[in-house]
Design a protein around this ligand. Structure first.
Ligand code: UDX
Ligand code: ADP
Length: 463
């Protein structure tokens, strides 16, 4: 089977970049990305590709090359499903906010809607690919819906989890560590797997394309994210110990990272991990373990989240304590709001929770982030429902430059590790602030000695 037409449902952080790269690397395949959200599609079709709705280094150039050639963005979901041989499902799977599994399980309502829509529209055999991170055995549910509500056509369900990290999505997609494809071990399943392998083989070495059964593929994605998040919580746990004992967590990370069995990556102590995946996937894992009665397994993984929440709280508490136990009416400048550098995504960003704590203490927050708008920042805070929209509006102001955000501030908090923060004229910032001028570096990116010589009272993580 040779794939010539692909449809992707969901034009978000996963669907958009992934399909752009497939289209760029496979000019012989027509790729259509559809979404219910009309504005999102209008933005993806913006004549100026610098205005596409997702900021990722290198992405706008790829969209400029492929869009209109073999890459299309559309709201005509049914038409795209009808025409495609392969349908990727890349819709969001947030943590449930209601009913059984509230706060833990993944909400699969968007996935189910997609499955029902595919079943309704499909008049020919199709391959359906799960791209969103999903709880183990979701493929079974999708298959059941497709087989029971479809028009008698055959569906092959593949799990093809996405391992890209935001901020480096394009390079991760172009040079993946591996591509994982899970499918049925029947001849039809194997044919479907092969068809998808052939798509990726247009630019990825065959040795890097792993094929497994569906369940292994689904569980591998949750496991990878759980292990990565666990490393961050582990180093963050050590950061608190370092602060008490006089050790320096950066030195500890460097020393242990040189052990080839441990390795140097993902050992950067921080104000806490954010992003749409880690917390959601671990909660998911915890929920699955509990549902099988595996309470020790569930508790083990839940501790990664508990530690992360503690790290965020510890950061805001430290700011309050250091500022003589009160931040009421004080201006705290936030540099960075995104959950990591080089993205405009703010989902589960530590900044949201730190700001929430400080606003509870009646601080005024001034934010500068090179890619995040005020609307997004306020939406993030309003979503927590801690206080009224008007109160959040009064408490938060945003600025187009870091220098303006920091002017007359009592303290600065670095929440995201944007490179530009290291290039600033810190003397100029210091001169414009209230004294003593406090700086809380939640990412350990600044030169502590240099800042202290200027006069700042510098607080990093884990030293
Ligand atoms: C993650 C996985 O890395 C990716 O494989 C998966 O497909 C989706 O989830 P992402 O959330 O986009 O990707 O970014 P990642 O680089 O993993 O960072 C997640 C969070 O951890 C960020 O808030 C980041 O700042 C933080 N982090 C990361 C640390 O605090 N310390 C580190 O050493 C690494
Ligand atoms: P992710 O990070 O997983 O890509 P996003 O929230 O960025 O998540 O993107 C998911 C997209 O899926 C959203 O733009 C949303 O509008 C879209 N979506 C959700 N359900 C459907 C559906 N049934 N049909 C089409 N698009 C959908």
């Amino acid at each position: 089977m040779k794939i010539t037409k692909i449809c992707c449902i969901g034009a978000g952080y996963v669907g958009g970049p992934t399909m752009a790269v497939i289209a760029q690397k496979c000019p012989h395949i027509q790729v259509t990305v559809v979404d219910l959200n009309e504005q999102r599609i209008i933005d993806w079709n913006d004549p100026n590709t610098d205005n596409i709705p997702i900021y990722e280094p290198g992405l706008s150039e790829i969209v400029a090359e492929a869009r209109g050639r073999n890459l299309f963005f559309s709201t005509e979901v049914e038409k795209a499903i009808d025409e495609a041989q392969v349908i990727f499902i890349s819709v969001n799977t947030p943590t449930k906010t209601y009913g059984k599994g509230k706060g833990m399980a993944a909400d699969l309502k968007y996935i189910e809607l997609c499955a029902r829509q595919i079943a309704k529209v499909a008049k020919e055999n199709k391959i359906v690919v799960e791209k969103s991170t999903l709880p183990v055995r979701t493929a079974e549910a999708i298959k059941s819906i497709l087989d029971n509500t479809g028009n008698g056509v055959q569906f092959q369900i593949l799990s093809n989890p996405e391992f890209l990290a935001e901020g480096t999505a394009v390079t991760d997609l172009l040079n993946p560590d591996r591509i994982l494809i899970g499918g049925d071990t029947t001849p039809e399943g194997e044919e479907a797997i092969k068809a998808l392998v052939d798509v990726y083989a247009n630019w990825v070495d065959k040795e890097k394309i792993l094929t497994t059964n569906v369940w292994s593929s689904e569980l591998s994605k949750l496991t990878a994210n759980a292990f990565l998040a666990q490393r961050i919580s582990s180093i963050n746990a050590m950061s608190e110990l370092c602060e008490k004992t006089g050790a320096d967590v950066n030195e500890v990370a460097r020393a242990i990272g040189m052990d080839s069995r441990i390795g140097p990556k993902f050992l950067k102590a921080s104000v806490g991990f954010g992003g749409s995946c880690f917390q959601k996937d671990i909660l998911n894992l915890v929920y699955i373990a509990k549902s099988y009665g595996l309470n020790e397994v569930a508790d083990y993984w839940e501790q990664v989240i508990i530690m992360n929440d503690h790290q965020k709280k510890r950061f805001s508490s430290k700011i309050v304590q250091t500022l003589y136990n009160t931040v009421a009416d004080k201006k705290i400048a936030f540099l960075g709001w995104a959950f990591k550098k080089d993205t405009n995504d703010t989902r589960e960003s530590a900044a949201i929770y730190v700001a929430d704590d400080l606003i509870n203490e009646q601080a005024r927050i001034s934010v500068y982030d090179p890619k995040v708008s005020k609307t997004k920042i306020l939406n993030d805070l309003n979503y927590l429902e801690t206080r009224s929209v008007e109160e959040n509006n009064l408490a938060v102001s945003t600025f187009a430059s870091a220098y303006d955000a920091c002017k007359d501030a009592h303290a600065i908090a670095i929440l995201t590790e944007w490179d530009e923060f290291t290039t600033y004229d810190w003397q100029k910032i210091y001169d414009s602030m209230h004294k003593p001028a406090f700086l809380f570096d939640g990412r350990n990116i600044l030169d502590a000695k240099k800042l202290e010589s200027i006069g700042f009272i510098y607080n990093g993580i884990g030293s």
